[in-house]
Design a binder for this molecule. Structure first.
Ligand SMILES: [Zn+2]
Length: 387
């Protein structure tokens, strides 16, 4: 989902279009061109109606982008990493990679999007009114009214306090600020989010059964997506909570052996591969770590090429593998992990390579945890009180 064609870069944020954005653009154009315009203005020539519909769809996608951009810009101002927006079938997604740090930051970032949508809706409504008074063509007035109405509807939907909708994020940050317990706040907001998602699925089913309309299928898809996203947020929070305060050095696999990057895939499989590992750091001729080769990347090499291709032809170069320091918080390091290195992070103490964090290391930590240090405030029974 973090992929797609780069279409613009605004305020330091990359805006990408996933192929599925074409689906939403087509649906919007169809809704306007075959529904709204012919019903409201039946005398509009078909070509004009479809052209206006396409323009309307693009303007709506632009207003969705403005909403996401507001989230990203406020996040960046508050020191949270947010470099990408992806436009896709359900609108836009801001990829916020950094951690929220505080309830206030999450509240401001969550509220920024709906605020922009509110402004857009009011502006479109004002423009439609001014154009109507000034005697502008009815089609233009209708487009502005439609943009105002859709943005207003999206605003109301977005403010429903169901995670991960913006309303749910606002609720989570408010609960978090009040109770000082982020995990509990997330569980509550995510449970409401899941319940709401299933409610939407149910409504969609009812709609399909009663009217047989396509809109019901769409509702079911949105509900399913919301319920899944709420569950992922809850899981992510559980991971974050169990890693809270842990340093990279406590979690990483220490000094894993590196493999020369010039050996062939065949040689590697015969002499170095172990069934327990999913990735191997590699070293160049100078002995320095020069990349990371994943088992999945090796699997993609056809058997006929295994004796000729070297690891350096299939590995991820070291400058593209996320790196961390041993004293860093694991939760901070994890915000950088990417798909290319399949969740692996190389750990360097200055120039020296000291370890790797793999998804298995994180899993182990979550599963077994760490012994909690004894509380400092209450002395163990039997010990003399400290004066
Ligand atoms: Zn939003």
């Amino acid at each position: 989902m973090n992929q797609g064609v780069l279409i613009a870069r605004l305020a330091g944020v990359r805006i990408r279009a996933h192929w599925s954005v074409v689906v939403i653009a087509a649906l919007l154009t169809w809704g306007l061109g075959a529904g709204v315009i012919p019903v409201a203005l039946p005398r509009t020539p078909a070509v004009v109606a479809w052209l206006a519909a396409a323009v309307g769809a693009l303007l709506l996608i632009a207003s969705l982008t403005a909403h996401e951009l507001a989230h990203s810009i406020v996040a960046r101002r508050r020191g949270v990493q947010a470099d990408d927006i992806t436009l896709w079938v359900f609108g836009g997604v801001s990829h916020i990679r950094g951690d929220w740090q505080s309830a206030r930051t999450e509240l401001l970032v969550a509220a920024a999007g709906p605020l922009v949508t509110f402004v857009v809706a009011v502006l479109c409504f004002a423009v439609s009114e001014v154009m109507a008074v000034a005697g502008a063509p009815d089609l233009l007035v209708l487009l502005a009214q439609w943009l105002a109405a859709i943005n207003a509807t999206l605003l109301v939907f977005n403010l429903i306090p169901a995670f991960p909708l913006d309303g749910g994020r606002i609720l989570r940050s408010a609960l978090w600020a009040r109770r000082h317990d982020r995990s509990r706040a997330t569980v509550i907001a995510a449970q409401i989010g899941r319940a709401f998602g299933f409610l939407i699925v149910g409504l969609g089913m009812l709609d399909v059964l009663l009217t047989g309309s396509f809109g019901g299928v769409w509702l079911m898809l949105i509900g399913w997506f919301l319920a899944g996203a709420a569950r992922n947020e809850q899981r992510g929070e559980a991971v974050r909570a169990s890693l809270a305060g842990a340093r990279v050095a406590e979690v990483m696999s220490i000094n894993p052996a590196t493999v020369p990057s010039w050996v062939t895939v065949d040689l590697f499989l015969k002499h170095y591969a172990s069934p327990a590992r999913t990735a191997y750091p590699t070293n160049g001729l100078d002995g320095r770590v020069d990349g990371l080769v994943t088992v999945n990347a090796l699997r993609r090499v056809p058997p006929s090429q295994r004796t000729t291709r070297r690891l350096s032809e299939v590995f991820v170069p070291v400058d593209q593998v996320p790196a961390a320091r041993p004293d860093e918080l694991v939760t901070d390091a994890l915000t950088r992990v990417g798909r290319q290195s399949e969740g692996h992070t190389l750990v360097f103490d200055g120039e020296r390579f000291v370890g790797v964090i793999s998804p298995a290391d994180i899993g182990r930590r979550i599963q077994f945890g760490v012994p909690k240090p004894p509380p400092l405030s209450t002395p163990a029974p039997g010990l003399p009180p400290v004066v």
